[in-house]
Design a binder for this molecule. Sequence first.
Ligand code: PLP
Length: 422
Amino acid sequence: MNREELLAVDRSHLWHPYASISAPPPVNLAVAAHGTHIRLDDGLELIDGISSWWCMAHGHNHPAIVAAIRAQAEKFAQVMFAGFTHEPAIELAAELVKHTPAGVNKIFFADSGSVAVECAAKMAVQYQFAAGHPRRCRLAALRGGYHGDTAGAMALCDPEGMHQVFHGYLQQNFFLPKPRIPFDGEWDESEFKPMEELLDRHGDEIAAVFIEPVFQGGNAMWFYHPMYMKKLREACSERGILLAIDEIATGFGRIGRYFACEYAGVTPDIMCVGKGLTGGSITLAAAIASEQVAETICATPPGKFMHGPTFMANPVACAAGVASLRLFDSYDWKAKVDAIESQLKRELAPYREHPNVTDVRVLGAIGVVELKTPPSPERVQKLVRETGVWLRPFGPWLYTMPPFVTPPEEISIIVDAMGKML
Ligand SMILES: *Cc1c(COP(=O)(O)O)cnc(C)c1O
């Protein structure tokens, strides 16, 4: 098919994420990607300023990840995980538990971040059931939170966020105010009062509290004070409520720690990982339970965790994950993330004075400019082509999350392109 035919079929038949099918937004036809660049069919090279939805930690098509995928595909691309196991899943488990908090090491592989959140929610409910608290089957989460697009995950997202249409379809969970105190602000005990009150009043109905650690992404692009997580850990432990930490966006170095829960020294009962797990190359995620949660679930009939995806622990995806996690150990990713952080802090700071800007905030390899009036999709597309930088603002947020391997010159180009979108 030539370019026009390809795009005609795309327009006639393909849904794109959060997009109209009758008035489709502009799309770029990608033909190759390498390092920090995505190449379009007309030869234009775009710097990927958002790591292809926050995933592409080491850059596109990293040779080590490509080689791992190719080698595994030639051995076998898939085998069911019930009744079988394989080296890629086992090696990935061994790599993961080197980095998870002590005792959080019972890994359930899932196909995507949202499915990992579903699994974590089911684990929490099944844990309470097994522990003799069948009434504890609701969840609590934060306003401003984002946990995915499937029903259980949507029911944990900010109820005023992007899923309002589905209100009547969703499990009704408890919501707490969005944490107000910024990451580097001064802690004030009043911040935690609403959570404490909720857990006191409804603790006997709540299986777990779900949070994104320190960075609320898809519904807020906001960095909050790590003390909140510390207090939450204590409050949950005192009441037998589980703490589930969604590290899907933050995990694997994105905000300057391998896992964001390290900022608060907090050990979750269940944690979710995804996005960066395969270095952004193939979909794979996991819900990881603590030994105590896993063993409690399995000590009471039905005596097993009731979930089992068809493509669980897909060998090609796991092989990509092993290669990606070994890459993290092979270069100083933290130095790179720290350097991106200082450069973004320095170069984004002047935008604070712009009349269309309400806030600028940076942590790790994430830079956010909050706008009064966001640019239209058409204007964004025009500027993407003019500047050669791929950015995709949403809501009031114009942001960058570059691959960790982005050189300083390209960070400056990204920052300039953001300036043009103000
Ligand atoms: C992206 C994201 C998800 C959902 O992951 P998918 O792979 O898109 O299903 C869940 N939680 C957080 C915090 C995320 O950023």
